[in-house]
Write a protein that binds this ligand. Structure first.
Ligand code: CA
Length: 311
């Protein structure tokens, strides 16, 4: 039986790679792509999602727009990384497919609750605003989910938007706090993992060699998208963050980690959005997260490229 998923995203190229890999995978049934404000404002994330789906000729996948701002804070975006459009580096045509009708948090509730308990997995690639709103709207939602798999947070890597915080969690820490406390099974893929998974020249060339329009577009999009990180970190290539969530569903053996307690800092100006990971179980707090800390990067890129090449 195929695993039913909803992909919640703020499309930069990373997000698009993630949901395209999911769409290319017979093991997964993508019920919807939902969008939220994050890397760029909501109108752009919603447009980029449809650009990517149309490129891959998968425009029948519905895209629902959600929250235009975090629960309580002013939106922080990342054009300094992703360019003004969030999709700089390769010109894709303006999408012709309209957004699907419905507000993403409502749609998430409806899609999950219309399936049996334990059937749907939420794949979260962005600030967690839509997910927190859905959990708030339907108190039974958390208990009805199979799992929440999210890209976000960090432990020993430190932060990528502040010294302490990873971007997705930093943008809406109150939403992340609600998700961490919701009681659903959670698997978290932090920077500790994604910083091991770099878009090296060899990997990008391998993608391009697939020779498809999708491969060619994402070769250029990812090449542009990772320039900022290459300069920031001094690495060859940048982390391909978001597709780890889909790769985990397809090939969990590529990852390792452990059950820990994770809490989100919502009060401190200095460490706002920090994920406090009790790796050594020094508190008596119940583990609430499967926290992944390492990834087989070659296996991950082989999987991503093989699936993308099939579109
Ligand atoms: Ca994202």
């Amino acid at each position: 039986m195929r695993q039913a998923i909803i992909v919640d995203s703020d499309p930069s190229p990373d997000d698009a790679v993630a949901f395209l890999v999911a769409l290319a995978s017979p093991e997964l049934e993508v019920l919807a792509v939902t969008t939220v404000a994050g890397n760029v404002p909501l109108p752009l994330t919603s447009k980029n999602a449809r650009k990517a789906l149309e490129l891959a000729k998968r425009e029948e996948t519905p895209v629902y727009a959600g929250a235009a701002a975090p629960l309580v804070r002013k939106l922080v975006t990342a054009e300094h990384v992703h360019g003004r459009t969030g999709f700089d580096g390769f010109d894709l045509p303006e999408p012709v497919t309209p957004l699907a009708e419905g507000f993403a948090p409502d749609v998430i509730v409806d899609l999950v609750m219309s399936r049996g308990a334990g059937e749907v997995t939420l794949c979260c690639l962005a600030p967690l605003t839509n997910i927190a709103m859905a959990l708030e709207k339907e108190p039974k939602l958390a208990g009805h989910l199979k799992e929440i798999v999210l890209m976000g947070g960090a432990f020993s890597e430190g932060g990528n938007i502040t010294p302490a915080a990873e971007f997705n969690i930093f943008v809406d820490p109150e939403a992340a706090d609600r998700v961490m406390k919701c009681g659903a099974p959670i698997t978290m893929i932090p920077l500790d993992c994604t910083h091991q998974a770099l878009t090296t020249k060899a990997r990008l060339e391998k993608l391009r060699a697939a020779g498809t329009p999708v491969a060619e577009a994402f070769y250029h999009l990812l090449k542009f998208n990772k320039i900022f990180d290459e300069q920031k970190y001094g690495w060859e290539g940048g982390p391909l963050h978001d597709a780890t969530v889909i790769a985990y569903l397809l090939a969990p053996h590529l990852f390792s980690g452990r059950m820990v307690n994770v809490a989100v800092e919502c009060g401190s100006a200095l460490t706002l959005g920090m994920t406090v990971v009790d790796w050594w179980a020094v508190t008596q707090k119940t583990p609430n997260v499967q926290f992944l800390r390492s990834i087989d990067a070659d296996g991950y890129f082989d999987l991503v490229i093989e699936r993308l090449a099939g579109l």
